[in-house]
Structure formats: C-alpha cells, structure tokens
Design a protein around this ligand. Structure first.
Ligand code: ADP
Ligand code: MG
Length: 345
C-alpha cells in the first residue's frame, strides 16, 4: 500500500484525473480548474442530484470490493436522474479518506467510478479530496439533461392509472443477506482455514447487490414507444416505501397485487433457504434500482407487450389508502419499512 502522503493531495488528484476524456458535448470544462463548466442545448433543463455514502452506514468493505463500491456509488446517482426521465451527463465526486486507505485503494475505487461513467456515457468533471479521521466517505453529485415536457415527478399519478415496475424485485436484498451470512461465517473461522464463500448458483443475487444498474434502457424504451409516465421513482428503499412516496406526493391511493410482483427464481430459492417471505423481501428490501412508474390506463395493451415491464396494480382515490392484495384476496395496508437512518426512540 502506498501512503497517500507520498503523493500528497495534489499528486493524488493528478493521478485520479489524468487521462479523463470528456465524451459529452455538454461538458465544456472538466477536472483541473476551480470549477467545471457545462452547457446544455437551448430548451433543455438541468437535473441535479447528490448522494452521500458513509462507511459502516451505507457500505461494508469486508465484502464490498472498492471497484464495485465506486461503480455502485456512481450508478445510484444515475438512477436518481433516470427516475426523473432524464439522462445523466456529468458527475462530481468528493471523497474523504482516512489513513487506512492508500493510493492503490483510491485508484480501485476510481476504476469502478470510471467504468460506470464509460458504461453510461457520463463525464467525471470534478471533485474534492480530503483526509478524514476515520473511514471512507464518498459523495457524488450527478447532473443530467431533461426535455422539459418529459419530466416525471412523484406527484403526477392519477386515479385509474396503471402501476408498473421494471425488472424484478428483492434480489439485491437477498444478495445482501447472503453476503452478511458469509461474513458471519468468515468471522467465526480460524485464521488458518481456507474460506470459500458459498455463492454458487447465487451469482445473480450477489451481482444485484454489488453491481446494480440504472434503468436508462427503460426510459429510452418508453420514449420510443411514446409512453410518458405520469409519475416515476426509482426503487432504492423497497417497493412499499416508494409506492407510499408516489401516493403521498400525488395524493392518491394504490392497489398492488401480490401475484403480479416480479420475482426472480434465484431470489425465491434464496428466500426459502433463509426462511424469509419473498414478497416481504420484494416490498421492503430495497436497492434494486428498478423503476416504478404510473401510466394512463389507455396504454395497458402497449405496456403489457413491453419487455421487462410488469403491471402490478393501479392508482385509486386517496380515500382507499395503499394496499397489497394477497393471493387469497386479502388486503394488507402497505407500510414503509425502508431502511431508517434515524431509528425512532
Ligand atoms: P480547489 O482548491 O479549487 O477546491 P482542488 O485542488 O480541490 O481545487 O481540485 C483541483 C481540481 O481537481 C478541481 O478541478 C477538482 O474538481 C478536481 N478534483 C479534486 N478532487 C477530485 C476528485 N476526488 N475526483 C475528481 N476530481 C477532483
Ligand atoms: Mg477542493
């Protein structure tokens, strides 16, 4: 491990930002000056979002490779931009590093960030680097471009609208359970023992937890199909919590159907192994980064035929509340059981 002090702050920054090429026409000036400069074509709007990740709160480096962490930190920001029905174009990355981290580790983190940028056509245009007392802190700000008439807020859902989700749910949560289990096994072992985590046949779950993707392909498909969601949100805290956000912002109620919730085969198997209810995992698990959106009922046929889109329910009047209809036709009130940063006392 090369101590960061041997390069110094400026040396490290130079190392991190060397050979960054700007790909977007909207990136006028990137890293290296006092600030970055961006410019979008006339008539376009700018979307800005930020996320702060703290070691021990949002990620665990015992099972998260730094490269994956960098990739995920970037992608979760892209996902927030995509959830507005916009395209991510630039990011700014601020990091706080304790003395535990050397030059190589920071380069690993950046290789993940840069891989995500290359995959999504996003430019890294600036950042900030500072020493910290303990742990790793990453804050990423993403700037995106939005056609003003295509904005999808949380507040536009109307009674009778259809409720749709992309992909499948609960896999990232099951991946996390698996990683936590293997961590516990690992910690209980003697140093001399050879540790092989039992991930075979569960690769998809691990990938969903460690390497999520932003569903930019979905917003592109909806655009091609001339479908404009009436409301949209990305699923970071679990379907239940995101539905309640839409219901609250749009002042509507929602009904979703248990048998309509898309769940992958590996997720279902894993849930059985852990003795967990798979629907609960899908409702409350989080970190799937799929899109949840509403669309007019008139588009039902069109939506039904789209690859990777699932119709899971419909929007109602607010007075009907928010509920899940189970397989045996019981109604269960939806509750936000997303991850709580500030536990209630
Ligand atoms: P200032 O003192 O003006 O904040 P810095 O020395 O912090 O300047 O940064 C110099 C340049 O390097 C700036 O353009 C900044 O955006 C970029 N930069 C600094 N840290 C990072 C980082 N971690 N990732 C990407 N760019 C960075
Ligand atoms: Mg600075």
């Amino acid at each position: 491990m090369t101590d960061i002090a041997t390069l110094g702050e400026f040396g490290l920054i130079d190392r991190l930002i060397q050979d960054i090429e700007l790909m977007q026409p909207s990136s006028i000036l990137g890293c290296g000056d006092d600030a970055a400069v961006v410019s979008y074509p006339q008539g376009m709007q700018t979307v800005v979002t930020t996320d702060l990740l703290l070691e021990g709160v949002h990620f665990d480096l015992t099972y998260t490779p730094l490269k994956h962490l960098g990739y995920k930190a970037a992608v979760v920001n892209f996902s927030d931009v995509v959830a507005m029905n916009a395209k991510p174009r630039q990011i700014i990355v601020a990091i706080g590093l304790s003395s535990r981290f050397g030059v190589e580790q920071v380069e690993e983190l950046y290789s993940g960030i840069r891989t995500a940028c290359a995959a999504y056509g996003v430019d890294l245009v600036g950042g900030d680097t500072t020493a910290s007392l303990n742990g790793l802190t990453i804050s990423i700000t993403c700037i995106g471009e939005l056609e003003p008439d295509r904005i999808s807020k949380r507040s536009g859902a109307k009674p009778t609208d259809l409720i749709c989700v992309s992909g499948n749910l609960g896999a990232a949560y099951m991946g996390l359970q698996l990683l936590e289990r293997e961590k516990t096994v690992f910690e209980g072992m003697e140093r001399s023992e050879d540790f092989q985590p039992a991930f075979e046949g569960k690769e998809y779950l691990i990938e969903r937890q460690l390497k999520p993707e932003a569903r930019i392909d979905i917003i592109e498909m909806l655009r091609r199909e001339q479908i404009l969601p009436t409301s949209m949100i990305d699923i970071s805290d679990g379907l239940s919590s995101e539905l309640l956000h839409i219901a609250h912002s749009s002042q509507v109620g929602v009904r979703i159907y248990e048998d309509r919730i898309p769940i992958d085969y590996q997720t279902a198997l894993m849930a059985e192994e852990f003795n967990l209810n798979v629907v609960t995992a899908a409702l409350n698990g989080g970190e799937d980064y799929e899109l949840l959106f509403t669309a007019p009922l008139a588009l039902a046929d069109k939506l039904q035929n789209l690859q990777d889109i699932h119709l899971i329910g419909h929007v109602t009047e607010a007075s009907l509340g928010c509920a899940l209809v189970t397989r045996d036709q019981k109604e269960i009130t939806l509750q936000a059981q997303g991850w709580q940063a500030y536990p209630q006392r």
